[in-house]
Design a binder for this molecule. Structure first.
Ligand code: FAD
Length: 420
């Protein structure tokens, strides 16, 4: 059986793989893209709750994580967020900004995928779906690429690995890229789920699942403060969710990996100091001292939280009149409202995680070209590398920038060798 020959083979048709393929093909290289799912870009469709938060106006290194976050400078310097917006505008995606986050005007992630696929077709990029790459074998000039259950092989001068991490494997990224590159001698920083909901240790979660509130969450590992975030928080039957939870989840997940005791503290009234809240409660209790304690909170906090909070404060008779509430009980109520502490027992699974922390060790990759320092002509891009970002467009920006750069340098080197 004849091999499929191509100059550049991109493995993985996610955001970074498609960008790498386009970038290489625009320079004139012949490109073949291999994707294990039945179509490319499934994850893009799920991004930003179906709206695709393409990038962010404030891309800074502090919003990236991994063993060496500064690794991002090489790629982001060559393909900036401004260039990303321009790239998509040229493909037809008008962009809009919401609190620094950039979305397509259409509010449809599918429109982002549509224009990328249109461009790939225009550039005659060969797209082969339903093929899972199992091995990349260095041969005399380039690589031989083997696929699960297929006799035919792909032969390429350059290979770009864009297989993503392990997060949301139902959308394609099943972690197979790690095994492929480990076989080639690369090291993998142990992956763990990031941007993921947290599972809490608390017997009353079923009673309060579905309760939403605007609050502040802080996370602590072995009693050391790690990070805090404000926003809409949601109790679930397993624990807690919502945008601020996703933001702090990487810290919690990492601390759990390291065997630390992880706690979160919830502030249900972040806009009030403890003193202000105390005055407010005393005023409410003063309106009608004969009112039952639990009823005195109606109209102030979610009704389903009231009995749980009072019982957690150690008050057995939650229906006693306000005038009978002891000072130490008031202090306990206040403590729960301002710093309700929960033990974190884990995170939700890889299926629920939006991003993978860990991946190919950045020490083994050239940040300017994304080429392997161990094997010439092998490139990496996107989430498969040990770089992950906060929620808010940071991960896609990394996928676009690293993809653009890997494609550019793979094609440049390929075509310059041809000329010689
Ligand atoms: C629900 C959800 C919402 C998100 N929302 C946002 C957002 O709004 N903004 C943002 O910045 N980020 C968001 N992210 C994160 C962002 O989508 C990812 O970081 C980014 O898509 C990673 O791109 P990638 O190309 O590196 O990997 P992926 O998109 O995971 O693509 C990897 C591709 O490689 C294929 N593949 C894997 N192994 C093989 C193999 N062996 N052979 C062939 N093909 C293979 C996979 O099927 C997949 O198509 C979200 C993620 C999720 C899950």
């Amino acid at each position: 059986m004849k091999p499929i020959k191509t100059q550049i083979c991109v493995i993985g048709g996610g955001a970074s793989g498609m960008m790498a393929a386009i970038s290489a093909a625009r320079l004139g290289a012949t490109v073949t893209l291999l994707e294990r799912m039945d179509r490319v870009g499934k994850k893009i469709l799920a991004t930003g709750n179906g709206r695709c938060n393409l990038t962010n106006q404030n891309i800074v290194v502090e919003r990236y994580h991994g063993q060496n976050p500064k690794f991002i400078y090489g790629a982001l310097g060559q393909f900036t967020p401004q260039q990303t917006v321009q790239f998509f505008e040229m493909l037809g995606i008008a962009c809009k900004v919401e609190e620094e986050k950039i979305y397509p005007f259409s509010d449809q992630a599918s429109s982002v995928l549509d224009v990328l696929r249109y461009e790939m077709k225009k550039l005659k990029i060969q797209e082969i779906c339903n093929v899972e790459v199992t091995h990349i074998i260095p041969i005399n000039k380039g690589f031989s690429i083997q696929m699960e259950g297929r006799k035919e092989i792909v032969q390429a001068e350059k290979v770009i690995v864009a297989t993503g991490g392990k997060a949301s494997s139902q959308l394609g990224s099943n972690g197979s890229g790690y095994q492929i590159v480990e076989t080639l001698g690369h090291s993998i920083v142990k992956p763990f789920p990031a941007l993921v909901q947290l599972c809490l240790e608390a017997h009353f979660l079923k009673r309060i699942k579905g309760v939403k509130f605007k609050g502040e969450i802080s996370v602590h590992g072995n009693q050391k403060f790690l990070r805090k975030e404000k926003g809409e928080i949601l109790f679930t039957d397993y624990g807690i969710s919502g945008p601020p939870i996703l933001q702090i989840s990487r810290m919690a997940s990492q601390a759990l990996q390291q065997g630390q005791e992880v706690n979160i503290q919830l502030d249900l009234f972040p806009d009030y100091s403890s003193e202000q809240l105390e005055i407010l409660l005393h005023t409410r209790w003063g309106y009608d001292p004969d009112k039952s304690l639990d009823f005195s909170f109606v109209g102030f906090i979610n009704k389903r939280l009231i009995p749980v909070i009072l019982l957690e404060a150690g008050i057995k008779n939650i229906q006693k009149p306000c005038k009978e509430v002891q000072e130490h009980e008031k202090r306990q109520i206040l403590k729960i409202l301002k710093s309700w502490t929960f033990s974190v027992k884990g995170t939700q699974s890889w299926r629920q995680a939006q991003v993978t922390a860990g991946g190919i060790d950045t020490k083994e990759v050239d940040p300017k070209t994304m080429e392997s320092k161990k094997i010439s002509d092998l490139y990496f891009t996107g989430e498969v590398i040990d770089i992950d970002g906060d929620c808010g467009g940071f991960n896609l920006q990394w996928a676009w920038s690293s993809g653009y750069v890997a494609g550019k340098w793979a094609a440049t080197s390929c075509l310059s060798k041809r000329k010689k």
